[in-house]
Design a protein around this ligand. Sequence first.
Ligand SMILES: Cc1ncc(COP(=O)(O)O)c(C=O)c1O
Length: 389
Amino acid sequence: MSRRIYMDHSGTTPIDPQVLEAMMPFLTTNYANPSSLYTEAREVRAAVEGAREKVAAAINAKPEEITFTSGGTESDNLGIKGVALARKEKSGHIITTSIEHHAVTHTVEHLEDMGFEATYLPVNEFGQVELDTLEKEIRKDTFLISVVYGNNEIGTIQDLKEIVKLAHKHDVLVHTDAVQAVAKIPVDVKDLGVDLLSLSGHKIYGPKGIGALYARKGLKLAPVQHGGGHERNLRSGTENVPGAVGLGKAMEIGKAGLATEIPRIKGMRDRLIKGMLELEDTYLNGHPEKRLPHNAHFRFSYIEGEALLLNLDMMGIIASTGSACSSKSLKASHVLLAIGLTPEQAHGSLRLTLGKGNTDDEIDTALDAIPKVVKKLRAMSPLGHKGGK
Ligand SMILES: Cc1ncc(COP(=O)(O)O)c(C=O)c1O
């Protein structure tokens, strides 16, 4: 196969060679169970705790505020259910948004089935939560607001600090899903003021199957998974040692990359957006500025995103129609509907998410290939458009 151009870094990322190198001993020679008492086990325990310190340092947290999980999905579950189930009265009101990842939405829906109540906030055309809309929905029994920091589809970044200030004014806790934001924009839990934050390894050049939940010290959380009492009783199960070590390294590299790699990636992304918007009937979904630096999300009138994606795949360009998790279903993305697109408009969307491996040459190739495919598809489109400039 000729050279492939990977532009789906919000779907997942390749492991950074330095991350793999850090993990290797714990996949091979250093296999002891960190809960055991002998010398080898104590060394492995030290590695897990070292990784916890690295994860904490990268987001300005304390090590004891970090719980290792199996990824973003579990972190969202533990954060949201953990707060809800720790309440004496197993009821109350949760606010979340209409543009969350399913890991949050389906968790909140599950809590509704258990007797909690929930509000799914609308967002504006750019995908942002508006503060006055939020404030109107806060009730006496609201105990948690869960808001995605950087959206996985359209890349919109929320004014999280302001949301936290408003929530805390009403004594409401804030959880944020920062799976896509970490290592893309600065994430400082103390500066943001959030109470809970989810992150994941495989979106930041770490391994799959590892993530972490930050929970502010003193916060009451109920465990979701029971067993041997690992992770301060919050997440039972023998620790994923290579994963934790890999996550620690990936967080460290990711934070350093904010000043080096991210400006380069943002530069390429900006050029990609500028070039693509020269094509007629082409629009950018999401916020023009408050967006993740690697995310470009386009909408092309008169064509189907799936057809575009498959044509690009044949040309060696790897993209996504929106969210990796829902791309197999033909339902229009709930995020795109929430920003006011019709199902037809939503179906004509394409997400390109850049990463460390991308080069300027690849941007040139994409800027040449995508308009050609769009024009070809429009020429045979049953949706109305014939040809174009
Ligand atoms: C915003 C967001 N939250 C949660 C997840 C789930 O993370 P994981 O794949 O680590 O379970 C994803 C993955 O796409 C995501 O983009």
